[in-house]
Design a protein around this ligand. Sequence first.
Ligand code: NAP
Length: 303
Amino acid sequence: MPFEKIVLNDGRVIPQIGFGSWKIPKEVCTGEVEQAIDVGFDHLDTAQTYRNEEEVGQAIKESGLARKELWITTKWSGTDDKGPAQSCSESLEKIGIEYIDLYLIHSPRLCKGDIPGTWKQMEQLYKEGKVKSIGVSNFKLDDLKELLASCSIKPVVNQILLHPYVIKTTTPLLEYMAKHHIVAEGYSTLIPLTGAPGGPVDKPINKIAERLKVAPEQVLLAWSKAKHAIIVTTSSKKDRLERYLAVGDIDLTEEDVEAIDHAGAKGAKWYERQTEGKSRRAAKFAAAGVLGVYLLYRLVSAI
Ligand SMILES: NC(=O)c1ccc[n+]([C@@H]2O[C@H](COP(=O)([O-])OP(=O)(O)OC[C@H]3O[C@@H](n4cnc5c(N)ncnc54)[C@H](OP(=O)(O)O)[C@@H]3O)[C@@H](O)[C@H]2O)c1
């Protein structure tokens, strides 16, 4: 059975798996998005800050598909200090479309302490018909509570980090969202494979993959599906994209999901140490770079 369509709280129907363009270099972006569309993806996820909306738009144009055959999400990322209205107009132009299916506030940080006022601007874009649905991304429980206390139109989704090592801390947010009919869009679900291999989640993932004769990445995406999330993923490889779409046919048992959740909770602290270690190393590397440039500057000035 292929992926189901998910009905949002505004009545619109969104495909349950989307192809994202984060980190795809401009030079290869059009080709990779075209490949995803050819394989069967009908839901594309981009953002102002990914700086490849034009290339995504080019792929859409070259696909020859009618506009209504594709679901297109982009995000207001506050790039160059531009507000939602200006950013939305620019995204429409860059992608080359008349309307955006789903427009998201990329992070609550962009609201600069005024979530209600910022959301009003999103509601205005919705009323003008430039965007068909509106939502948020990276909103924590308190951010969503603040938004729901003042909004006239509810966000349809909250696009969030969703993988087994964060499931324990994210469950209260997921429960609150389910209660208010806000669908989770889960990104970076493959982190146990890509960013933090070697942790406790590997064992149940590999065991389930072996039993079902599928790839580990398919088990992780099937886990996200079991959480009723919309999957936002990506790949530069055709065979992997085909495997992602085949996840529509992979159903985990309750025991499978419990085993993955349990391993994720067990490894949560280990995962935090991994990511903290990585950001510390990145900060040290950046500091060393700045120091190097400064010393070079002093050396050149002294000559
Ligand atoms: N709202 C936000 O703040 C936010 C943040 C992050 C992401 N997103 C959205 O979510 C999308 C997906 O994010 P993501 O890239 O973090 O997602 P992901 O689905 O966790 O990872 C996708 C990556 O995993 C690699 N991969 C897949 N299977 C693998 C395996 N078995 N071993 C090693 N690598 C493997 C793929 O590489 P190959 O190309 O080699 O297949 C691809 O680059 C983004 O493009 C963006 O649209 C949104």
